[in-house]
Ligand binder design. Structure first.
Ligand code: GLC
Length: 522
């Protein structure tokens, strides 16, 4: 723990920029890397230590960049490699680190490896790079097993062989345009090593590793016990994920990354057993793991406390700093999750104070600092593959990916010079823009700025928290330097004693903390 506690990332505030949605520099309606560069002064003022960029590699964008066709180049849509170089240089000049998203579980179906695998037919070495199998039943008519795709429908697609006949099936845990790599084939790691070194040598400070609990598949590919389980989530006994073989892959990644001792790896780990989760964070595996318990907790003091305690326990088992996140590009925004409207916003602001008071690394998703809600989008603009794959029963994740409003009174709110943004922006966001909140006391943006500033000015927050005895519905904890965070999740005001109030998420009412609010006190 001591060594990792001193690293820059151990208590950093990371800012997740979803590149399509942060800022558009060239007027095509899609955000890009020069747009992120334009926003760096804003991010420096917000006080963030590091950026996490969702994938910007060359991609047909079937899953908005999580389908990578060339892992060692930047897509022209985002400005190409030169735009990334400009961003890294400008970010480093402001003391902001840059981490990228890596997608080792699968490639795009447009990747030259997959194209070669299709072209050469069954039995060739090319197919060994992916998970091709013969189908079951007469003429191989049925998929090799019952696995379903996270986006809906079967996790297998049958190919047409070079002779024009239907042939083998290939595995895709996500979209058919995202074939899973065969990690039993050493070529998968050899290629990933090239990719890791390519970006590290270009000055990248680390990686968020997509589906870090995927990659390894169990021998024999046994059926799922419950193939009808809810999409986009999975249970502990789901054979698609968290197979033991994955740890050797992480050890390999760590060996390469260790050549750049300051670099960090952060795994996306949807695993909720603490011991299993901690395995990913052993000293020779990942540096940090996303813990999604806070995302899953309702605005309820007991649930929030349980999420925090479990995340701390998992991190403790691993001897690694905990991580905290309330939202990202895959989940409904917290303003909406907590009830929407004024109440949802008040609760999201309160939870921001809870999160920023915790020890470890914090991840803020672009727009969270503005208090953006999810957006109800009309059917015809939906782009997430989940929508079509689910037979139009699940709307997918577009509602949390709507571009950021920067200024002005109407769409596109300074996000782009084009009104034709890749997802439409709501007409009622003028009070949520950066411009409308900048310097305005009590705005969500100023709440984040002040809280991050106080967070940075506090010393080491230590590894754990001390819980204080409080009435039901209230939560209070203390970090090691004596600052207490109080959350009021009841429906009545809670008196604050006359301690020094550092910051509150809502104005006090006659000295009391109103419902759906939090305060830091000394
Ligand atoms: C991760 C990403 C998600 C993507 C999926 C497939 O869960 O966060 O956005 O669709 O992996 O790469």
């Amino acid at each position: 723990m001591t060594e990792s506690r001193q690293a820059w990332w151990s208590r950093a505030v990371f800012y997740q920029a979803y590149p399509r949605s942060f800022r558009d520099s060239d007027g095509d309606g899609v955000g890009d890397l020069d747009g992120v560069t334009e926003g760096l002064d804003y991010l420096a003022r917000l006080g963030v230590d590091a950026l996490w960029l969702n994938p910007v590699m060359v991609s047909p964008m079937a899953d908005h960049g999580y389908d990578v066709a060339d892992p060692r180049d930047v897509d022209p849509l985002f400005g190409g490699l030169e735009a990334l170089d400009r961003l890294v240089e400008a970010a480093h000049a402001r003391d902001i680190k840059v981490t990228m998203d890596l997608v080792p579980n699968h490639t795009s179906s447009a990747h030259p490896w997959f194209q070669a695998a299709l072209a050469t037919g069954p039995g060739g070495n090319q197919r060994e790079r992916y998970v091709f199998r013969d189908g079951q039943g007469p003429d191989g008519l049925h998929p090799p097993n019952n696995w379903v795709s996270i986006f809906g429908g079967p996790a297998w697609t049958r190919v047409v062989e070079p002779d024009g006949n239907p042939g083998q099936w290939y595995l895709h845990i996500f979209d058919p345009e995202q074939p899973d790599l065969n990690w039993d084939n050493p070529e998968a790691f050899e290629d990933l090593e090239k990719t890791l070194r390519f970006w590290l040598e270009r000055g990248i400070d680390g990686f968020r590793i997509d589906v870090a609990h995927g990659m390894a598949k169990p021998p024999g590919l046994p059926d799922m016990p419950r193939p009808d389980a809810e999409m986009l989530t999975h249970d502990a006994d789901d054979p698609r994920f968290n197979n033991d073989g994955v740890h050797a892959i992480h050890r390999g990644i760590r060996t390469v990354v260790n050549d750049h001792p300051d670099a960090v790896t952060i795994g996306e780990i949807w695993v909720f057993d603490n011991e299993d989760f901690a395995k990913y964070l052993r000293p020779d595996e990942l540096h940090l793991g996303f813990n999604f318990r806070l995302v899953r907790a309702d605005f309820d003091a007991a649930q929030v406390r349980e999420a925090i305690e479990n995340s701390l326990a998992a991190a403790d088992l691993a001897g690694s700093p905990p991580t905290w996140t309330l939202s990202n590009h895959d989940v409904e925004r917290e303003v909406t999750r907590y009830g929407g409207g004024a109440v949802g916003l008040a609760r999201a602001r309160a939870m921001a104070l809870v999160m920023l008071a915790l020890p470890g690394a914090v991840f803020v998703y672009n727009g969270e600092e503005l208090g953006l809600p999810n957006v109800d989008l009309p059917d015809e603009v939906l782009q997430d593959p989940t929508w079509e794959r689910s037979g139009r029963t699940q709307r997918g994740r577009d509602g949390c990916r709507v571009p950021m409003p920067w200024s002005g009174d109407e769409p596109p709110y300074g996000f782009s010079s084009s009104a034709d943004t890749w997802l439409p922006m709501p007409p009622d966001w003028s009070s949520l823009t950066v411009e409308a909140q900048d310097g305005v006391a009590g705005s969500t943006l100023e709440l984040f700025r002040t809280a991050i500033e106080i967070r940075h000015s506090r010393g080491d927050l230590g590894a754990g928290v001390e819980w204080l005895a409080v009435p039901t519905g209230v939560l209070a904890f203390q970090g090691t330097d004596g600052v207490t965070c109080l959350l009021n999740a009841t429906d009545h005001p809670v008196p604050l004693s006359d301690e020094d109030v550092l910051i509150t998420s809502a104005p006090l009412v006659g000295g009391d903390l109103p419902p759906n609010a939090a305060a830091w006190i000394r």
